[in-house]
Design a protein around this ligand. Structure first.
Ligand SMILES: [Zn+2]
Length: 277
């Protein structure tokens, strides 16, 4: 048996062995790649401003130019509303059902705002970075703004803005008249800035998890690093599915990486453990 196969078998056995405990998934951009959503690197829309997503996806940029903020968001994310979940998203839902049926629990923390897990039917879901189905008022304390409020994105009329991107065409909050912004964690903001990011729930799940599975993400930022530290301290097994990293121990971070595509591997996992998709 080769090394890859041995690690794969270990992964399947680890999933099976959790039984009535909590399996925690953490998904990032890689799981949505097969749905046609590019990972968060520079694209055409960023080139227009000659800046990186990390500069455009900030509140500082909103303050500099609210028009630019919305042009960037619509330019990058508008087409995502038409994307469909891929087999990896459906497999996650199948695993959740399977895990619940045997008396266990499964929680999915996603960094993605694309709502593809929701549309694939996953129930125990934490959108740690917000979601593109909502916007919110920029005025803190407004019923439609942080720390608790939000506005359904499809209730806002962007037609005038799309035709002519100007400040006076950005939709306003119906309660207070302030400008609206995207309902997503920007690079210069904190998880505590809105209740919907559910950082506390994510950390509680992290403390309870008996197994962690990372899909299509790296360990450089925020929540993944915190989860991994917890896994390490409590000696909880952690696996990662990432086709861009060779199978084996991910350098020094205590995760077993499997060099596989999620859209192939997760359905295969379902088959291996008997979770019907
Ligand atoms: Zn408001």
């Amino acid at each position: 048996m080769d090394h890859e196969q041995a690690e794969w078998n270990r992964f399947c056995r680890a999933i099976e062995s959790v039984k009535d405990g909590l399996i925690l998934f953490c998904t990032g951009a890689g799981i949505s790649k097969a749905s046609g959503i590019p990972t968060f690197r520079g694209s055409d829309i960023e080139a227009v401003w000659n800046r990186s997503p990390m500069e455009l996806g900030t509140y500082a940029f909103f303050e500099e130019t609210p028009v630019g903020h919305w042009e960037w968001f619509l330019g990058r994310f508008d087409s995502y509303f038409e994307r469909q979940p891929n087999p990896a998203h459906y497999a996650v839902t199948a695993l959740e059902r399977w895990q619940q049926a045997r008396g266990g629990r499964m929680t999915v923390i996603t960094q993605n705002i694309d709502l593809l897990h929701d549309r694939a039917g996953t129930k125990e879901l934490i959108h740690i970075h917000g979601d593109m189905g909502h916007a919110r008022c920029t005025r803190y304390g407004c019923e439609n703004g942080a720390p608790k409020g939000k506005i359904r994105f499809d209730s806002l009329d962007f037609s005038a803005f799309r035709a002519e991107p100007r400040l006076e065409h950005i939709p306003r909050c119906s309660a207070c008249g302030s400008l609206v912004r995207i309902h997503a964690l920007l690079f210069d903001e904190y998880y505590t800035s809105h209740r919907d990011y559910r950082m506390r729930d994510a950390m509680n799940a992290t403390q309870e998890a008996r197994l962690m599975v990372f899909v299509g993400t790296s360990f450089s930022v925020g929540v993944t690093a915190a989860m991994l530290e917890s896994a390490h301290l409590r000696q909880v097994p952690a696996f990662s599915l990432n086709p861009e990293v060779e199978t084996g121990d991910w350098e020094g971070v205590g995760v077993m990486n499997l060099q596989v595509n999620a859209e192939e591997a997760l359905p295969r996992l379902c088959e291996a453990v008997g979770a019907s998709m």
